[in-house]
Design a protein around this ligand. Structure first.
Ligand code: IPD
Ligand code: CA
Ligand code: CA
Length: 260
């Protein structure tokens, strides 16, 4: 894909994120319209998830008919030019009225993440990056914290019922034992963005899906984060562990989390 074609997709993603934000905010502001259901234990679904994904799919297929789309709610096929969407990341937060949720739009060429746009409209935040072009928050450049002392680190450990609670709790224990402060905010995508803007030193999760991280990997990578090779093996189709951190903590966190 040539630079002009990639730039076209970057600006399209920014425009679509703005429109999708408006759509999602409409639901978030009217809780009675959410139609909340459960896909599984602590796995939430609202009407907004389907509506935002349907909107993005329709617009992307009109704009770029040769590209494929994978979305959390509708599935899809990988290709050498694939959009990976999470219409609402942090759906449990969204359903509870917590503003820490976002819309995640990632684009990969030949399995390599190229474009990431993450809109968190309830927070007034837009993260964006193109590979090789740096990362921004609301248009201003961002970078990782640069910290190297685990005893001062603020580390987010993501959790889902896809991994046994014992394994998660074990990693929490090892992280605390190393002296770090541990948090969980309920959006893996924003967790990566917070490593990018330096407000977290690391994000780790033992299993996460491609739509949770496709955009955030570009944003955090462009902000200087060290990230494991998430798309190796079956990462695109089945997910993988993720470790994303400021470089000075990478070696220690690989050891603590077992994610390499
Ligand atoms: C979840 C969130 C959560 C992460 C889970 C994801 P959803 O996505 O990102 O923070 O820990 O792994 O499944 O269900 O809110 O889109
Ligand atoms: Ca998600
Ligand atoms: Ca989701």
């Amino acid at each position: 894909m040539n630079p002009a074609e990639r730039n076209l997709r970057y600006y399209a993603a920014l425009g679509l994120a703005a429109e999708a934000s408006h759509l999602a905010q409409g639901y978030f502001g009217r809780r009675e319209t959410l139609g909340t259901t459960m896909k599984g234990a602590q796995d939430w679904l609202t009407v907004a998830d389907g509506a935002v994904e349907a909107f993005l799919r329709e617009r992307l297929s009109q704009l770029f008919p040769g590209d494929t789309v994978i979305g959390e709610e509708g599935g899809g096929e990988a290709s050498d030019a694939v959009w990976i969407l999470d219409p609402i990341d942090g759906t449990a937060n969204f359903a509870h009225g917590d503003r820490n949720w976002c819309i995640s739009i990632g684009f990969l060429v030949d399995r390599r993440p190229e474009i990431g746009v993450v809109a968190a409209p309830a927070l007034g935040e837009l993260y964006a990056a193109r590979r090789g072009g740096g990362a921004t928050l609301n248009g201003a450049p961002i970078k990782v914290s640069g910290g190297a002392d685990i005893a001062r680190a603020s580390i987010e450990l993501g959790w889902s019922t896809r991994v046994a609670a014992e394994r998660y709790i074990e990693v929490i224990g090892r992280t605390y034992a190393a002296g770090a402060a541990v948090k969980r905010s309920g959006s893996g995508t924003l967790g990566l963005c917070h490593v990018a803007d330096g407000s977290s030193d690391a994000y780790a999760e033992l299993h996460i899906n491609a739509w949770d991280v496709a955009a955030g990997i570009v944003i955090a990578g462009e902000a200087g984060a060290t990230i494991n090779d998430f798309f190796a093996g079956t990462g695109m189709a089945k997910g993988n562990p993720i470790l994303c951190c400021t470089p000075g903590l990478a070696e220690e966190l690989r050891r603590i989390t077992g994610i390499v």
